[in-house]
Design a protein around this ligand. Sequence first.
Ligand code: NAP
Length: 294
Amino acid sequence: MKVMVVGANGQLGTDVVRAFADNGDDVLSLTHADIEITDGEAVATKLRDLQPSVVVNTAAMHNVENCELQPGRAFEVNAFGVRNLALTARDIGTVLMHISTDYVFDGCKLSPYEEQDPPRPLSVYGNSKLAGEYFVRSTLDKHFVLRTSAIYGKSPCRAKGGLNFIQLMLKLANQRGEVRVVDNEFVTPTPTSDLARQIVALSRCEKYGLYHATAEGACSWFEFAREIFALTGTKVSLKVAGPNEFPTKVPRPKYSVLENGGLKLLGLNTFRPWQEGLRDYLGIPQSHEAAIIR
Ligand SMILES: NC(=O)c1ccc[n+]([C@@H]2O[C@H](COP(=O)([O-])OP(=O)(O)OC[C@H]3O[C@@H](n4cnc5c(N)ncnc54)[C@H](OP(=O)(O)O)[C@@H]3O)[C@@H](O)[C@H]2O)c1
């Protein structure tokens, strides 16, 4: 299979390139320097020249604060840029796999969101990503839209820069000895390597559509931090942060846990519990219980 990965040097893109290459596919890795998705003509030329059978789009403007400050640019990249990919993919008969986000929901449901739940984004970022989803779904039949949550990987997230949550927690613990984390925001930490493996598995079928694609289970950021410290044996005083201790400028869903209902229905869900993904990331062998269950 000839696979084009857009955003190939990003946090997720790097693992997607690796997963398809490990699978023996022919991978075309495109960074921002190779393709500007907001340039419709450039997108069309690139796709027509390279004729991939699948395009995986991981490119996005996803720094939530920057999206709020530059709503026009956020829609240019996350909605109209995605439309450019969708239009040419349709014209040349290519499958488009597009990555979206849990931030299309408002977080009021308080039980895992399923694909058929109505979205209601709270931010410019969420709205622009939702618009991108709609462009894909209304432009071409041969599409997969995968919504994911709280991803982390070995490669840094280019939009956010610096450290991922795990690295940040370990750094703060070592520097300060006390760490304070919110316990009122729930997500599913999802390793990019696991998501990449799911993307490869899904690319082999023709069950096109919208899918939730996260690790199994859920936790608050506080519980995520607690697991990181427990697994690494880090000695730290971990405390729950007060409700106004880390005010955010942009509203975020308090609960954005996704249920991989569509993948499970097809028998294609390859995700494992978030704690197992974290162990792998940290290089810690899986527990005996997990090995027996699996
Ligand atoms: N991070 C999360 O927790 C999270 C959660 C849910 C969903 N997602 C979604 O997951 C996807 C991947 O995220 P990530 O963390 O891997 O992001 P990332 O590390 O920031 O990578 C994004 C990639 O897209 C490229 N890019 C940005 N704008 C572009 C444009 N206009 N044209 C072409 N390429 C462009 C970036 O290149 P430059 O850096 O050189 O501009 C970078 O290579 C995104 O769609 C995001 O919305 C992320």
